[in-house]
Design a protein around this ligand. Sequence first.
Ligand SMILES: O=C[C@H](O)[C@H](O)[C@H](O)COP(=O)(O)O
Length: 260
Amino acid sequence: MTGELSPIDKAKFVAARRAADFVEDGMKVGLGTGSTAAWLVRCLGEMVREDGLRFRGVPTSTRTAELAREVGIEVISLDEAKWLDLTIDGADEFDAELNLIKGGGGALLQEKIVATASDQMIVIADAAKEVARLGAFPLPVEVIPFGWQTSQALIEELLISMDVMGRNSSLRMNGDAPFVTDEGNHILDLHLGRIGDARQLAMILNQVPGVVENGLFVDICDKVVIGYADGRVETRDINEGTVTEDRLDFVESENLFRDL
Ligand SMILES: O=C[C@H](O)[C@H](O)[C@H](O)COP(=O)(O)O
């Protein structure tokens, strides 16, 4: 990769680069999906090739699996790994309790399975992903294709009964056809505006027939690494209640991403 990164990509890159330092020799690591997670995978590939880091990665999508193999990471399945030391992934939104909305890229199902099979989940994000209350980002819900319109109607009825502010939903499209996830399902995006009780909503949505999983990650994330375009990185740990700040030497980092 060559050339100047946009400010948002710089922020994503520094968050990913800092989080990559949490990966140690011998670990089994869940590898997230999305543009921020792609930076992580590239950074880890660099560390494997240049520094001899030895770890095994469990990708959360076919996209991430392809990129991981391309950059030289040893890829194993979740069934081979059984349990992971750590998962590092992006997010569409995170709040002060480190609850998340994920699934903007359609990978929420594998991401949730992998994250919950990990000792620790670290989210990497640019600062724009932080919100006071989840819900401005449309909440992705994965549904099986059979009878998806019935599932959608049931979800909308449920939202009315829960008195949720926004109640409409849309089928995610890929051009003229419905978007299809790695598991062969569709995604309904719920336009809620503001989510009151994320825990309750996450549980209730999964009881609707046809719903496979939703993009609310409640009590799953342990740490968030927030990147800024000027190289600053803030790490918040929900368990330890700590916030640490440092700065990546951006000149050094620029050399790194140019080599990726
Ligand atoms: O399905 C995709 C994932 O949940 C992504 O981690 C999330 O959408 C964030 O993606 P990005 O880093 O591209 O903003």
